[in-house]
Write a protein that binds this ligand. Structure first.
Ligand SMILES: Nc1nc2c(c(=O)[nH]1)N=C([C@H](O)[C@H](O)COP(=O)(O)OP(=O)(O)OP(=O)(O)O)CN2
Length: 293
Protein backbone atom coordinates (compact mmCIF):
# COMPACT_ATOMS: atom_id res chain seq x y z
CA UNK A 1 0.00 0.00 0.00
CA UNK A 2 1.18 3.55 -0.71
CA UNK A 3 0.34 6.73 1.19
CA UNK A 4 1.12 10.24 0.00
CA UNK A 5 1.12 13.79 1.33
CA UNK A 6 1.77 16.49 -1.25
CA UNK A 7 3.05 19.91 -0.18
CA UNK A 8 4.06 18.52 3.21
CA UNK A 9 6.29 21.53 3.83
CA UNK A 10 8.55 24.08 2.18
CA UNK A 11 12.21 24.05 3.14
CA UNK A 12 13.73 27.53 3.11
CA UNK A 13 17.50 27.42 3.28
CA UNK A 14 20.71 28.62 1.66
CA UNK A 15 23.56 26.58 0.27
CA UNK A 16 27.23 27.01 -0.55
CA UNK A 17 28.05 26.76 -4.24
CA UNK A 18 31.52 27.02 -5.81
CA UNK A 19 30.02 28.85 -8.82
CA UNK A 20 27.27 31.04 -7.33
CA UNK A 21 28.49 31.70 -3.77
CA UNK A 22 25.72 31.51 -1.17
CA UNK A 23 22.33 30.84 -2.76
CA UNK A 24 18.92 31.18 -1.07
CA UNK A 25 16.49 28.41 -2.01
CA UNK A 26 12.95 27.18 -1.31
CA UNK A 27 11.91 23.63 -2.16
CA UNK A 28 8.45 22.14 -1.73
CA UNK A 29 8.44 18.62 -0.24
CA UNK A 30 6.03 15.83 -1.24
CA UNK A 31 6.23 12.48 0.55
CA UNK A 32 5.23 8.95 -0.47
CA UNK A 33 5.34 6.04 1.99
CA UNK A 34 5.14 2.35 1.08
CA UNK A 35 4.30 -0.33 3.59
CA UNK A 36 1.91 -2.73 5.27
CA UNK A 37 -1.10 -1.53 7.18
CA UNK A 38 -0.64 -1.24 10.95
CA UNK A 39 -3.15 -2.17 13.68
CA UNK A 40 -5.06 1.07 12.82
CA UNK A 41 -5.32 -0.06 9.16
CA UNK A 42 -2.98 2.75 8.17
CA UNK A 43 0.47 2.88 6.59
CA UNK A 44 1.08 5.81 8.97
CA UNK A 45 -1.31 8.28 10.57
CA UNK A 46 -1.46 11.51 8.52
CA UNK A 47 -1.02 13.36 11.81
CA UNK A 48 2.36 11.68 12.30
CA UNK A 49 3.40 12.34 8.70
CA UNK A 50 2.40 16.00 8.89
CA UNK A 51 3.89 16.70 12.30
CA UNK A 52 6.77 14.28 12.86
CA UNK A 53 8.17 13.92 9.34
CA UNK A 54 7.89 17.69 8.84
CA UNK A 55 9.67 18.22 12.19
CA UNK A 56 12.51 15.88 11.12
CA UNK A 57 12.89 17.74 7.81
CA UNK A 58 12.84 21.13 9.58
CA UNK A 59 15.45 20.01 12.11
CA UNK A 60 17.70 18.62 9.36
CA UNK A 61 17.75 21.41 6.78
CA UNK A 62 15.14 24.18 7.23
CA UNK A 63 16.60 27.68 7.80
CA UNK A 64 20.15 26.33 7.61
CA UNK A 65 23.15 26.91 5.39
CA UNK A 66 23.72 23.60 3.57
CA UNK A 67 27.38 22.72 3.05
CA UNK A 68 28.61 20.16 0.49
CA UNK A 69 31.38 18.86 2.71
CA UNK A 70 33.12 16.85 -0.05
CA UNK A 71 33.63 20.06 -2.07
CA UNK A 72 37.10 21.55 -1.72
CA UNK A 73 35.62 25.08 -1.84
CA UNK A 74 34.02 24.61 1.58
CA UNK A 75 35.88 24.28 4.89
CA UNK A 76 34.20 23.75 8.24
CA UNK A 77 36.20 24.01 11.49
CA UNK A 78 35.38 24.23 15.17
CA UNK A 79 35.23 27.75 16.57
CA UNK A 80 38.05 28.87 18.85
CA UNK A 81 35.90 31.79 19.97
CA UNK A 82 32.81 30.03 21.31
CA UNK A 83 31.61 26.54 22.33
CA UNK A 84 29.09 24.94 19.98
CA UNK A 85 29.98 27.30 17.12
CA UNK A 86 31.65 26.62 13.75
CA UNK A 87 33.69 28.58 11.24
CA UNK A 88 32.74 28.12 7.59
CA UNK A 89 35.00 29.35 4.78
CA UNK A 90 33.58 29.27 1.25
CA UNK A 91 35.48 30.10 -1.92
CA UNK A 92 33.49 30.71 -5.08
CA UNK A 93 33.73 32.19 -8.55
CA UNK A 94 31.73 35.24 -7.45
CA UNK A 95 33.78 35.87 -4.29
CA UNK A 96 34.64 34.30 -0.96
CA UNK A 97 32.34 34.16 2.07
CA UNK A 98 33.32 33.56 5.69
CA UNK A 99 30.95 32.73 8.53
CA UNK A 100 30.92 31.95 12.22
CA UNK A 101 27.66 30.71 13.74
CA UNK A 102 26.20 28.16 16.16
CA UNK A 103 26.57 24.68 14.63
CA UNK A 104 22.76 24.35 14.42
CA UNK A 105 22.82 26.97 11.64
CA UNK A 106 24.65 24.57 9.29
CA UNK A 107 23.83 21.19 7.72
CA UNK A 108 26.74 19.10 6.43
CA UNK A 109 25.71 17.24 3.29
CA UNK A 110 27.93 14.34 2.29
CA UNK A 111 28.39 15.33 -1.35
CA UNK A 112 30.39 17.59 -3.66
CA UNK A 113 27.35 19.70 -4.61
CA UNK A 114 24.05 20.71 -3.10
CA UNK A 115 21.39 19.43 -5.47
CA UNK A 116 17.85 18.12 -5.16
CA UNK A 117 19.38 14.62 -5.35
CA UNK A 118 21.95 15.14 -2.59
CA UNK A 119 19.44 16.78 -0.22
CA UNK A 120 16.82 14.11 -0.98
CA UNK A 121 19.33 11.36 -0.10
CA UNK A 122 20.35 13.19 3.08
CA UNK A 123 16.74 13.59 4.23
CA UNK A 124 15.66 10.09 3.19
CA UNK A 125 18.37 8.49 5.34
CA UNK A 126 17.47 10.58 8.37
CA UNK A 127 13.69 10.11 8.07
CA UNK A 128 13.78 6.40 7.20
CA UNK A 129 15.66 5.60 10.42
CA UNK A 130 12.75 7.09 12.41
CA UNK A 131 9.87 5.30 10.67
CA UNK A 132 8.01 2.34 12.21
CA UNK A 133 8.85 -1.16 10.93
CA UNK A 134 5.67 -1.53 8.82
CA UNK A 135 6.86 1.35 6.58
CA UNK A 136 9.30 -0.24 4.14
CA UNK A 137 9.70 2.50 1.56
CA UNK A 138 10.00 6.28 1.51
CA UNK A 139 10.08 8.48 -1.58
CA UNK A 140 10.66 12.17 -1.05
CA UNK A 141 10.08 14.58 -3.89
CA UNK A 142 11.77 17.96 -3.54
CA UNK A 143 10.79 20.54 -6.13
CA UNK A 144 11.10 24.23 -6.81
CA UNK A 145 7.90 26.26 -7.25
CA UNK A 146 7.01 26.75 -10.93
CA UNK A 147 7.28 30.52 -11.43
CA UNK A 148 6.41 31.77 -14.91
CA UNK A 149 7.83 35.27 -14.24
CA UNK A 150 11.17 36.48 -12.86
CA UNK A 151 12.36 35.48 -9.39
CA UNK A 152 15.41 35.94 -7.20
CA UNK A 153 17.34 33.90 -4.66
CA UNK A 154 18.28 35.77 -1.48
CA UNK A 155 20.00 35.01 1.79
CA UNK A 156 19.57 36.92 5.05
CA UNK A 157 19.17 36.64 8.81
CA UNK A 158 16.71 38.26 11.20
CA UNK A 159 18.53 38.97 14.45
CA UNK A 160 15.27 39.84 16.23
CA UNK A 161 13.51 36.58 15.33
CA UNK A 162 13.24 34.19 18.26
CA UNK A 163 13.02 31.16 15.93
CA UNK A 164 15.38 29.83 13.28
CA UNK A 165 15.09 32.91 11.04
CA UNK A 166 17.71 34.48 13.32
CA UNK A 167 20.31 32.38 11.47
CA UNK A 168 22.46 34.79 9.49
CA UNK A 169 22.55 32.73 6.30
CA UNK A 170 19.20 31.18 5.50
CA UNK A 171 17.30 32.10 2.38
CA UNK A 172 14.52 31.86 -0.10
CA UNK A 173 13.69 31.63 -3.81
CA UNK A 174 11.07 34.28 -4.33
CA UNK A 175 8.95 35.83 -7.01
CA UNK A 176 7.94 39.48 -6.96
CA UNK A 177 5.08 41.40 -8.51
CA UNK A 178 5.54 45.12 -9.16
CA UNK A 179 2.79 47.54 -10.18
CA UNK A 180 3.52 51.05 -11.48
CA UNK A 181 0.45 53.29 -11.55
CA UNK A 182 -1.69 50.12 -11.09
CA UNK A 183 -0.14 48.40 -14.12
CA UNK A 184 2.08 45.36 -13.66
CA UNK A 185 5.62 46.09 -14.84
CA UNK A 186 7.60 43.04 -15.92
CA UNK A 187 10.47 45.40 -16.77
CA UNK A 188 10.77 46.51 -13.14
CA UNK A 189 10.38 42.92 -11.91
CA UNK A 190 13.17 41.86 -14.24
CA UNK A 191 15.38 44.70 -12.99
CA UNK A 192 14.96 43.75 -9.31
CA UNK A 193 15.40 40.03 -10.00
CA UNK A 194 18.67 40.75 -11.79
CA UNK A 195 19.77 43.08 -8.99
CA UNK A 196 18.96 40.49 -6.33
CA UNK A 197 20.18 37.40 -8.17
CA UNK A 198 21.91 35.22 -5.51
CA UNK A 199 22.11 38.28 -3.25
CA UNK A 200 22.99 38.53 0.43
CA UNK A 201 20.70 41.12 2.06
CA UNK A 202 22.22 42.70 5.17
CA UNK A 203 20.90 45.39 7.50
CA UNK A 204 23.04 48.48 7.96
CA UNK A 205 22.42 48.24 11.73
CA UNK A 206 24.25 44.85 11.79
CA UNK A 207 27.41 46.22 10.18
CA UNK A 208 30.58 45.76 12.24
CA UNK A 209 34.21 46.76 11.78
CA UNK A 210 36.70 44.17 10.55
CA UNK A 211 38.37 44.28 14.00
CA UNK A 212 35.26 43.01 15.78
CA UNK A 213 34.34 40.17 13.44
CA UNK A 214 34.87 36.57 14.71
CA UNK A 215 36.05 34.37 11.83
CA UNK A 216 38.49 31.50 11.30
CA UNK A 217 42.23 32.29 11.37
CA UNK A 218 42.32 31.45 7.64
CA UNK A 219 39.44 33.83 6.94
CA UNK A 220 41.12 36.68 8.80
CA UNK A 221 44.14 36.24 6.50
CA UNK A 222 41.95 36.11 3.38
CA UNK A 223 39.74 39.18 3.85
CA UNK A 224 40.02 41.82 1.14
CA UNK A 225 38.78 45.40 0.62
CA UNK A 226 35.89 43.81 -1.28
CA UNK A 227 34.44 42.32 1.94
CA UNK A 228 31.85 43.86 4.22
CA UNK A 229 31.14 42.56 7.73
CA UNK A 230 27.94 41.93 9.67
CA UNK A 231 27.45 40.31 13.08
CA UNK A 232 24.98 40.02 15.93
CA UNK A 233 24.08 38.09 19.04
CA UNK A 234 20.72 36.26 19.02
CA UNK A 235 19.20 33.61 21.32
CA UNK A 236 20.95 30.69 19.49
CA UNK A 237 24.41 32.32 19.74
CA UNK A 238 26.79 34.66 17.95
CA UNK A 239 26.50 35.11 14.18
CA UNK A 240 29.22 36.63 11.94
CA UNK A 241 29.50 36.90 8.17
CA UNK A 242 31.92 38.48 5.69
CA UNK A 243 30.26 38.99 2.30
CA UNK A 244 31.81 40.09 -1.02
CA UNK A 245 30.45 43.55 -1.98
CA UNK A 246 29.43 42.40 -5.46
CA UNK A 247 26.87 39.98 -3.96
CA UNK A 248 25.52 42.27 -1.27
CA UNK A 249 22.61 44.68 -0.82
CA UNK A 250 22.71 46.63 2.44
CA UNK A 251 19.26 47.87 3.45
CA UNK A 252 18.39 50.62 5.95
CA UNK A 253 15.95 48.33 7.79
CA UNK A 254 15.58 44.74 8.96
CA UNK A 255 15.06 42.19 6.18
CA UNK A 256 11.58 40.96 7.11
CA UNK A 257 9.54 40.56 3.94
CA UNK A 258 7.34 43.48 5.05
CA UNK A 259 10.36 45.77 5.22
CA UNK A 260 11.89 44.43 1.99
CA UNK A 261 8.61 45.18 0.17
CA UNK A 262 8.69 48.66 1.69
CA UNK A 263 12.39 49.09 0.80
CA UNK A 264 11.76 48.28 -2.87
CA UNK A 265 8.69 50.54 -2.91
CA UNK A 266 10.74 53.40 -1.47
CA UNK A 267 13.53 52.93 -4.04
CA UNK A 268 10.98 52.97 -6.87
CA UNK A 269 9.22 56.08 -5.52
CA UNK A 270 12.54 57.86 -5.03
CA UNK A 271 13.43 57.29 -8.69
CA UNK A 272 10.00 58.46 -9.98
CA UNK A 273 8.12 60.42 -7.24
CA UNK A 274 5.22 61.23 -9.59
CA UNK A 275 4.26 57.50 -9.88
CA UNK A 276 2.44 55.22 -7.47
CA UNK A 277 3.79 51.73 -6.75
CA UNK A 278 2.60 48.47 -5.27
CA UNK A 279 5.18 45.84 -4.33
CA UNK A 280 4.05 42.26 -3.72
CA UNK A 281 7.17 40.61 -2.29
CA UNK A 282 7.25 36.88 -1.55
CA UNK A 283 9.34 35.13 1.08
CA UNK A 284 9.76 31.71 -0.45
CA UNK A 285 6.52 30.03 -1.55
CA UNK A 286 2.95 31.35 -1.11
CA UNK A 287 3.61 33.98 1.53
CA UNK A 288 4.81 37.53 1.51
CA UNK A 289 3.93 41.15 2.07
CA UNK A 290 2.42 44.04 0.11
CA UNK A 291 3.65 47.64 0.27
CA UNK A 292 2.00 50.63 -1.40
CA UNK A 293 3.57 54.05 -1.97
N1 LIG B 1 5.58 38.54 9.30
C1 LIG B 1 6.76 37.89 9.08
N2 LIG B 1 7.00 36.72 9.69
C2 LIG B 1 8.17 36.06 9.47
C3 LIG B 1 9.13 36.60 8.57
C4 LIG B 1 8.84 37.86 7.95
O1 LIG B 1 9.63 38.41 7.17
N3 LIG B 1 7.66 38.46 8.23
N4 LIG B 1 10.26 35.91 8.31
C5 LIG B 1 10.53 34.75 8.85
C6 LIG B 1 11.77 34.01 8.47
O2 LIG B 1 12.62 34.79 7.64
C7 LIG B 1 11.55 32.63 7.86
O3 LIG B 1 12.54 32.28 6.92
C8 LIG B 1 10.23 32.38 7.21
O4 LIG B 1 10.08 31.01 7.16
P1 LIG B 1 8.77 30.20 7.44
O5 LIG B 1 8.84 29.07 6.48
O6 LIG B 1 7.55 31.01 7.43
O7 LIG B 1 8.99 29.72 8.90
P2 LIG B 1 8.47 28.49 9.65
O8 LIG B 1 9.56 27.48 9.71
O9 LIG B 1 7.99 28.97 10.98
O10 LIG B 1 7.27 27.92 8.81
P3 LIG B 1 7.11 26.50 8.15
O11 LIG B 1 5.97 26.63 7.20
O12 LIG B 1 6.84 25.57 9.27
O13 LIG B 1 8.40 26.15 7.45
C9 LIG B 1 9.63 34.17 9.86
N5 LIG B 1 8.43 34.87 10.07
Amino acid sequence: MQLFVDDLTVIDFSYACPNRGIVGESWIVDVLLKGDLNEQSMVLDFGVVKKQIKAIIDAAVDHKLLLPILCESVTATTSKHRDGHEYIDITSKVGNYFLHSPSCAFAHINDKKITIKSVTEHLTNIIFAELPKNVQGLVLKLRAEVIPSDFYHYTHGLKLHDGNCQRIAHGHRSKIKLYENDKRSETLEHFWCQRWEDIYIASESDRVAKESIELSPNAMQSLTDNHQYFAYHAPQGRFDIAVPSNKLEVVDCDSTVELLADYIARQLKKAKPENSYQVVAYEGVAKGAIANV
